[in-house]
Design a protein around this ligand. Sequence first.
Ligand SMILES: Cc1cc2nc3c(=O)[nH]c(=O)nc-3n(C[C@H](O)[C@H](O)[C@H](O)COP(=O)(O)OP(=O)(O)OC[C@H]3O[C@@H](n4cnc5c(N)ncnc54)[C@H](O)[C@@H]3O)c2cc1C
Length: 502
Amino acid sequence: MTTDVLVVGAGPVGLLLAAELRLAGASPLVLEQSTAPSGERRARGVGPLAAEALQRRGLGPLLAAHHPRGDAERAADHGSEKHHFAWIHKIDPALQEEPGRRGVLIRQPDLEAILREYAAGLGVAVRNGHVVTALAQDEEGVTVTADTPGGIRRFRAPYAVGCDGGRSTVRKLAGFEFHGTPPTMIARHAEVDLEGAESLPPSGRTPAGTLFHTPGLVGTFDFDLGDAPADRTAPVTREEMQASLRRVSGTRVTVTRIGSALRVSDHARQVSTYRRGRVLLAGDAAHVHSPNGGQGLNLGLMDAANLGWKLAAEVRGEAPEGLLDSYTRERRPVGAAVLHNTRAQSALMRPGPHTDALRDIVSDLMDLPEVNRYFGRMMSGLATRYTFPYMPSDAHPLVGRHCPDLELAAVTPRASRTVRLSRLTPGGGTVLLAPAGSRVLADAAPWQDRLAIVEASRVDRDDLSAALIRPDGVVAWAAAPDLSPDGSALTAALGTWLGAPH
Ligand SMILES: Cc1cc2nc3c(=O)[nH]c(=O)nc-3n(C[C@H](O)[C@H](O)[C@H](O)COP(=O)(O)OP(=O)(O)OC[C@H]3O[C@@H](n4cnc5c(N)ncnc54)[C@H](O)[C@@H]3O)c2cc1C
């Protein structure tokens, strides 16, 4: 065994996973095929849950520094400050239940640079120029073969995780089933010089698709798949971009030069399980869907946050029964829900009078505040709620959800002060928040060697007095101030996530 976990792919998901593994006491090795960062501008930001996950690790200020530029770029491209569903820009941040929980707008290459530096600071080793070509697992571990600058090399570890993107080699080599729906449309986006740009209709829906253009940039959502190249990795040519632009705009505009260009489809597929034996998948390797609504990176980073501490406990030999399998149980439905909403968005973007009528109705419905919140919860990921085996039907509303960044009046080992929860979690670990001297602390005492106990006399939520928060920020148990805390639910939660007391 050369390491505890082989992570294939140093994209954002692989980097965060490796960092989370490291924080939780495992030793990962990341194998990345490219020799230098790609710089490809895909995601323009992450949603609130991933932003909070990164903030919990102390990366909030680094991300926030990029937000104003991202915000300006987004407003310029979308022509709206509001979020969209199927490019109906009506999701109003101010109307949401938790308006303070927002994403961060940061270009994907900038986020990756931050994660690379963060992971390196934790001692994560990344081997660039290592193309994984073969994988075999047995009862004790996984052997991964990579084509490296020094020739073919084999690496062995108890576990391997494929974070190698939508065309994942690990997924194929390990035999994961990957079912879903084929493409109905292709989105193309390119830097271009145009002749006849003045004839283009305004950005928006056209009789044949959806068109975007600003000086030097064009984009199409094209439901005519006729001239899509059989090789989906083939570069977008000038001719292909021009043909799509002409089709969607209904003009004879000419593309005289094409610069960097991207083609993505709305095929929506997901693996049937996120784990096969000692091989796991996270991020795009486990699920692909259209980029509408900017959800993929958020989803993948939250996979990494969910998996890191569980897999680390497994390799340390301290994981309670079923901990690693809770990864698929919790994350697969969240991925499925994203695939579902992206399919609905594709349906609402098809050209034609029937879709026009449906869009008008959906658009009117979005003016209703509760409907607006429904779309807001869905697109931000804030609707995510896991169910736990020990969870009563009347569990506190925060249980199973990712904890907001609470403000606490806390007594920590160093001081008594008002502090944000995220300031207490850069090192990972499970946190128990409870008032000093409370019964909760006595109930949790047998697990105290595996808990960061924060004695909080006050939190900025009237409905909360105590909470058990997993390393991924998920509330495993919580109590309201007016009820006597349910000690048996707390000990069940501690046993489920941390194992039996020593
Ligand atoms: C146009 C577009 C816009 C998007 N906008 C948003 C957005 O606004 N918000 C959002 O949340 N998401 C968005 N997404 C989705 C987001 O970009 C992806 O979900 C995200 O990149 C997934 O990260 P990942 O680490 O899983 O995979 P990737 O970023 O694809 O990283 C995979 C890594 O694995 C490496 N690799 C692959 N094969 C091998 C191999 N055999 N051996 C070794 N290494 C290998 C690759 O080189 C790469 O570094 C967008 C996507 C597109 C295409």
